[in-house]
Design a protein around this ligand. Structure first.
Ligand code: FAD
Length: 399
């Protein structure tokens, strides 16, 4: 046993996003409050869980960081688990130890050599913003995929607005790169925020997309036409079929030798695997961890992967990188860990929100949203449903 205590089983979950949280919750739910010999350890470099799907609304101030985040230590305590605030830097799969680096003085659960032993390991470290090696893109862009990033972006936006207001002139150009789900949401939020909070400032939102239409990952064009229309009505300038070739100070060089001046650049295009995965020699598909039909890392009995960092493909269906899949995979992985520990046959995972048939609720700013389900577009109650899902999810941390 990884913890050296013989008859107990220690499950270590690396990453406390949607996937990791679900694994821990489901493990404890199924093992009961009297732990049944199961020790659960959660590890994350962040001290708080972040509800990423609501991050675009930080920009418009519709949600506060407190509303969409939660203390991981308290969550772990409530489910009778251990939480370690540390960055995982390596994993030895043969010796079954996770190597961590931590700045906190609280080192319970970590061995003297900076390792944590496990019997079962779950990898749920998600992805990071990709910049595709475009010159100076990372250096000059704002990113909104963390609360910290979203707050910094908001501050930069407020500063730019203040300069324009006090200077009494000039247009504030905001370029949003990538018209996937988050790019579209950011553009919609910003257009509404400008209208409501800064009606006297001249500001323009550009949404730049390499592919010929917005939301290119959605298989039917109806959602793209609907969203394009709505965003244009809000004043967003949509530039499709234009890739960013170079990022300069206050100017983008786009394909076809187009130039776009900008004051604020927000990058939402592309997701790359979390950096930790580069360290790990595991079976991968373009950097993402390949898992078998039971969500075990291919060829391994005691290591599972869930959420964005897992590449699951079975019978022609591939899991999408979204909250629904992270949660559903998390639940199946928990069931399979308990079954494996008891010597039972594992359950196959069935993806639902797939690359081939995605579903999503996309907010478009100003308390409106659109739902894409079964290839169709719905608007009625879409925003209310999105907020209901968010509130219900965050409630688990508040009890
Ligand atoms: C702006 C934005 C809007 C989105 N909107 C939607 C939406 O509306 N609907 C939807 O379904 N999906 C949406 N998504 C995608 C969704 O958030 C992801 O699919 C989901 O978060 C994946 O969950 P996960 O658990 O795999 O990873 P994450 O939630 O990314 O969690 C990974 C965790 O691992 C931790 N970690 C990473 N590396 C290490 C390390 N080395 N050591 C320790 N900890 C580490 C991180 O700190 C993080 O807490 C959005 C994403 C973004 C960025």
């Amino acid at each position: 046993m990884g913890d050296g205590s013989g008859d107990r089983t220690r499950v270590v979950i690396v990453g406390c996003g949607f996937g990791g949280i679900e694994v821990a919750s489901e493990l404890r739910k199924r093992s009961g409050s009297h732990d049944k010999g199961l020790d659960i350890t959660l590890v994350d470099r962040r001290a708080r869980f972040e509800y990423q799907a609501a991050l675009p609304e930080i920009l418009s101030g519709k949600v506060t960081p407190e509303e969409i985040s939660a203390d991981l230590y308290s969550f772990a305590r409530r489910i009778n688990a251990e939480y370690i605030n540390a960055e995982v830097v390596d994993i030895d799969f043969e010796d079954r130890v996770v190597q961590v680096q931590t700045r906190t003085v609280y080192r319970n659960g970590i061995n003297d050599d900076g390792t944590i032993g496990y019997d079962y390991l779950v990898l749920a470290v998600g992805g990071e913003q990709a910049f595709f090696g475009i010159h100076r893109a990372e250096e000059l862009s704002h990113c909104i995929n963390t609360i910290e990033g979203a707050l910094e972006t908001r501050e930069a936006l407020e500063d730019a607005m203040a300069v324009a207001r006090e200077g009494g002139g000039g247009t504030v150009n905001i370029a949003v790169i990538g018209a996937g789900l988050s790019g579209v949401e950011v553009a919609g939020e910003l257009a509404e925020w400008i209208r409501e909070a800064h009606p006297r400032v001249r500001a323009r939102v550009y949404l730049v997309e390499l592919m010929p239409r917005v939301l290119p990952a959605f298989p039917t064009p109806n959602i793209a036409s609907f969203v394009t229309r709505r965003l244009m009505e809000k004043g967003v300038k949509i530039l499709t079929g234009m890739g960013v070739e170079e990022v300069r100070d206050r100017e983008l060089l786009l394909s076809g030798e187009h130039r776009l001046p900008y004051d604020i650049l927000i990058w939402t295009a592309g997701l790359r695997p979390a950096r930790l995965l580069e360290q790990l020699s595991l079976p991968k598909e373009r950097g993402w961890i390949r898992v078998d039909p039971y969500l075990r890392v291919e060829g391994m009995q005691d290591v599972f992967a869930v959420g964005d960092n897992a590449y699951f493909e079975y019978e022609g269906l591939r899991s999408g990188q979204n909250v629904e899949e992270a949660e559903r995979e998390g639940r199946t992985a928990a069931v399979n860990i308990l079954r494996a520990a008891s010597g039972y046959e594992l359950r196959r995972y069935q993806p639902k929100n797939t690359v081939q048939n995605p579903r999503a609720i996309i907010s478009l700013g100003g308390g409106t949203a659109v739902m894409y389900l079964g290839g169709k577009v719905y608007t009625l109650f879409a925003y209310k449903l999105k907020k209901f899902i968010e509130h219900r999810y965050m409630r688990r941390f508040r009890i």
